[in-house]
Design a protein around this ligand. Sequence first.
Ligand code: ZN
Ligand code: ZN
Length: 128
Amino acid sequence: MDPETQHWAIHSHPLCLNCSGSTTEKTVGEGNRLGNIGRRYFRCKRCNKFSCFGDMRGVHLSNPVCYCEGYLFSRIQIAGWKGRQAIHGAIHFVCAVGKCNFFEYLTDDEGHILGFESPPDDPRSMGF
Ligand SMILES: [Zn+2]
Ligand SMILES: [Zn+2]
């Protein structure tokens, strides 16, 4: 499946999980260090919270499913180095369609959170 295609389960703009406001569709601009430039995403008009990306990148059948109805596979992504991320560079899973609060870190067998020390050169080729 082409990861750049629109996520099959996103039929309308998701509502904001923070304030229930409506989201608007945007495109990631220059300056993003995680290979996301040009990706479409949704952001809340009212509180400005990021909702979700609109594509299939990072959605793999090996990911855990989120809390949404219908057995939806979550999206794997890398926490950014800017902003309010709890652990910069941590690999984690979130709801792929912005409709539930699913959040899980990728961990090794001993429960250590896996991640990157610095932004990888081509996260896209790594499945993110
Ligand atoms: Zn909001
Ligand atoms: Zn979900």
